[in-house]
Ligand binder design. Structure first.
Ligand code: MRU
Length: 355
């Protein structure tokens, strides 16, 4: 007998952005959305590392999953050329994939899992790697569905929510983290209106989150990033719900640039602030948010929109693409292991001990 709650969520879980099929990795090209649904096909680990760097695939869990499959592709090439598939033979592959982007810990986490699976493989290392990549992908989807239910449990009926960046199916194995909570909250009739910040400069909110929400027929309005405080003051949103790229051992959370200012504004206006992320985003080895490396990208991404220069020639720009929200500004962190209200070292350690 199908679970009716799960069946109603299936309606909101229709997008797959990372697909391993026929010895290749097909990545839905997020640079082209929402106007074209095209796939980039990767046949080896350098292809995958480039796709991660260029944001063909993006979002913390999705880049971890893509990197895991990148290891599988490279291992298959090695085996095909008659070489042994070992940790040593794949060392430069692991390093290159790991270096593709610095902030989201899911990348290093997934690669560590792949390295561990390979080290333990007894008879068929290639099969062991493929099984591990599949497990990483499947577990992420299951975590998202679980977090959807846990996060929606915090919402009251009739809520308005603001989200930032893209944390949906495009950023994960499917369903999404913060967007998963929004999907579950909408299916539960708790959320009546979603607002999505456009997320300059790369426009993940405008191009990707709005695409997912419109597809799902969830009432959504795009706002300029700079309209967020004004929106909160109006009383239209009760929650800000965002994802994370790395959560430190004290609950500080790195996420897309602009998240920190949303948390400050939320505190000022009595709007609650939820961070939703699978445990693969938690980095207990990093004590505090200030220790997280923040990716700086090409200033050109800020000086142009869709390839069209918007700023006078000769102008420079500073383009950090993540920031850190201190734990004291977060009301609840939702993971698949459970939720931590008023997060801090003790709450994080409690969930870490469940692993
Ligand atoms: O630069 P991006 O698009 O990879 O940044 C993505 C984010 O910041 C997301 O909020 C985060 O990865 C959580 S996605 C489930």
């Amino acid at each position: 007998m199908p679970d009716p709650a799960s069946a109603s969520l299936d309606r909101h879980d229709t997008i797959r952005a990372v697909i391993h099929v026929d010895g290749a990795l097909r990545l839905l090209d997020q640079r082209e959305l929402p106007f074209a649904e095209t796939f980039v096909e990767c046949r080896n680990a350098p292809d995958v590392a480039k796709a991660i760097k260029d944001l063909v695939v993006r979002g913390a869990p999705a880049i971890g999953i893509a990197a895991a499959w990148g290891v599988v592709l490279q291992a298959a090439l090695l085996a095909g050329a008659g070489h042994a598939v070992t940790v040593a033979a794949l060392a430069s592959t692991f390093d290159a994939l790991n270096a593709a982007r610095p902030t989201a810990v899911n990348l290093a986490w997934a690669l560590a899992r792949m390295r561990g699976a390979l080290a333990l493989a007894k008879t068929d290392p290639l099969a062991a790697l493929a099984a591990e990549a599949r497990a990483i992908q499947d577990e992420d989807l299951a975590a998202n569905r679980k977090m959807g239910g846990i996060g929606a449990g915090f919402l009251d009926r009739g809520s308005g929510v603001l989200t930032h960046c893209n944390t949906g199916s495009l950023a994960t194995a499917g369903f999404g983290t913060a967007l998963g909570v929004i999907r579950a909250g909408f299916a539960d009739r708790k959320i009546v209106q979603v607002y999505a910040g456009e997320t300059r400069p790369w426009l993940q909110g405008a191009r990707l989150t709005m695409w997912e929400l419109v597809r799902d027929q969830i009432p959504a309005k795009l706002i300029a990033d700079s309209a967020a405080s004004h929106l909160m003051k109006s009383g239209a949103v009760q929650w800000v719900i965002v994802g994370a790229d790395r959560i430190a051992a004290n609950g500080d959370a790195a996420n897309k640039i602009g998240t920190y200012q949303l948390a400050i504004a939320a505190k000022r206006h009595g709007v609650r602030f939820m961070v939703v992320a699978p445990w693969s985003t938690v980095d207990m080895a990093t004590k505090r948010g200030d220790d997280i490396e923040i990716e700086l990208r090409d200033p050109a991404e800020l000086l142009s929109i869709s390839g069209r220069r918007m700023v006078v020639d000769g102008a420079d720009a500073w383009n950090p693409v993540f920031d850190v929200t201190p734990a004291e500004l977060i009301d609840v962190i939702v993971t698949e292991r459970g939720a931590i209200e008023r997060p801090g070292e003790a709450g994080m350690a409690r969930l870490a001990a469940l692993g």
